[in-house]
Design a protein around this ligand. Structure first.
Ligand code: SF4
Length: 463
């Protein structure tokens, strides 16, 4: 019979290659061979180094270092929560593009947020309680309602000076309407910019339709303006996102090269999600297609790293921060708890995906309006259910037994859009397959010494 101290804590496990991946309630993970797992589960003797490693990660119920492990446990349960940090404000539904897979279903002639609604939105944001606030301007194309962006920045600074919150601004823009004057204003107010870059012109322009000509040419011109200021230290480096569609699948290297050609070393690759116009575009890729594309892109980035070229993938970085850095999961993405989104009319949503779904006509996830109180919206039936959904290990049958749940996030909006229900079915869920596939790929790469060195460098060197 197992000694009392050697009994295992409750853990999840799954077969991975020849081994077994384990995780526990402290979001700690480890890999064992089948024979090691058998001995561990029975409480049989283990080699000292293995036993020590498992003990340090809290896998023995009688050998828990409470002083060291409890803060992590409470952090996993969001005990230090103080309010939603990220606030995504769609200042307009108007856009100079009509991309085939626009999540916001935007196009020419969409409505702008008014100053009166912008003021109420800011009052709502500052009433939510978070000591650090990130306000991200989106659309439509936010540069097309720049007066309201300027108004919100000035007013938010005034409110933060009064309330003591720290404040950071960002903007997601296609950059086609970026002028030197607008950029100078954004730089003076330290607004971080993010754009879409789907690859070289042939790929980018296939899906992104711009009334002024080539979307790629417009983006490249804007990127060059931003990067010039960034090189002079007047602005943070630009972020860019590649939406992976059928057009991208055969071109992972060309896409990575395009980022590097534009001076962007942070590559972000995400599959097209079935929200907004994208749901009808017929350009979505399957999880298996995305994972094959992603594996090739990752391998190429690691090869470039070995040749001394600095480049990394943002999604992988988030996993690696937890896998090798032991950092807590990325709570910034949790619906309602860590982020909120606002429509041009002052509607409030628990996530940007929910806002995008509503822009396409489906208001299922609309929480209310900025004229309501945050407490009332968060305690509404939808608000409480969104909060529950932030804990998949406690609320999703498959996640409750899944070792990947330590670093995973389930999106009710994706579930609703792709599977027709709030909770979805993780056995057939495309996002789940992508999360599992990417984390399995990274765990496999971490076993290769040369790749591990590079990936550890990502976790240590980038934010
Ligand atoms: S969504 Fe999928 S990969 Fe993530 S924890 Fe749940 S079952 Fe695991």
């Amino acid at each position: 019979m197992a000694k009392r101290d050697d009994r295992p804590m409750e853990f999840n496990f799954a077969r991975r290659g020849g081994g077994r991946l384990l995780s526990n309630d402290l979001s700690m993970t480890t890999e064992l061979s089948a024979a090691e797992l058998s001995r561990f589960a029975r409480g049989a003797a283990l080699p000292p180094a293995l036993r020590k490693g498992l003990e340090e990660k809290g896998f023995f119920s009688g050998r828990l270092d409470f002083a060291r492990l409890l803060p992590r446990h409470f952090a996993a349960l969001l005990a230090d929560w103080k309010g939603p940090r990220v606030h995504i404000v769609a200042v307009t539904a108007d856009c100079d593009h009509a991309c085939l897979y626009c999540g916001a279903s935007s196009g020419s002639g969409g409505s702008h947020m008014t100053r009166a609604t912008a003021k109420k939105t800011l009052n709502f944001i500052f009433s939510t309680g978070a000591p650090e606030l990130v306000i991200e301007f989106q659309g439509g194309e936010p540069l097309r309602n720049f007066g309201v962006v300027q108004y919100m920045i000035g007013e938010a600074k005034r409110l933060a000076a009064r309330g003591g919150q720290s404040l950071h601004f960002s903007m997601v823009s296609n950059l086609a309407g970026l002028t030197a004057e607008k950029l100078a204003y954004l730089a003076a107010n330290k607004v971080t910019l993010c754009t879409s870059l789907d690859g070289p012109a042939a790929i980018h322009d296939s899906g992104r339709k711009y009334s002024g000509g080539s979307s790629h040419a417009a983006a490249v011109r804007g990127i060059a303006l931003v990067q010039k200021l960034a090189a002079a230290g007047e602005l943070e480096p630009l972020n860019a996102i590649c939406t992976v569609t059928k057009y991208s699948l055969s071109q992972p290297k060309a896409i990575v090269d395009e980022f590097l050609k534009r001076g962007i070393k942070r590559v972000q690759l995400g599959p097209l999600e079935p929200i907004g116009r994208a749901a009808r575009a017929g350009l979505a890729v399957t999880p298996e297609e995305f994972l094959a594309f992603y594996a090739e892109a990752l391998e190429y980035m690691l090869r470039l790293n070995r040749r001394g070229v600095a480049v990394y993938e943002k999604g992988a970085l988030m996993f690696l921060k937890q896998m090798v850095g032991g950092e807590r999961p990325r709570y910034q993405n949790l619906d309602l708890l860590y982020r909120l989104a606002y429509g041009p009319d002052g509607s409030v949503y628990g996530s940007d995906e929910a806002r995008l779904l509503a822009a396409g006509g489906n208001e299922f996830f609309r929480l209310g309006s900025v004229e309501d109180s945050f407490c009332r919206l968060a305690s509404s039936p939808l608000g409480r259910t969104l909060i529950l959904s932030c804990f998949p290990r406690l609320t999703q049958p498959r996640c409750a037994r899944c070792p990947h749940s330590a670093w995973c996030r389930v999106s009710p909006v994706y579930n609703h859009a792709a599977q027709g229900g709030f909770w979805g079915d993780m056995m057939t869920n495309g996002r789940c397959r992508v999360f599992m596939g990417v984390s399995d790929l990274l765990l496999a790469k971490l076993k290769e010494p040369a790749a591990r060195k590079m990936l550890e460098g990502w976790a240590e060197g980038y934010q």
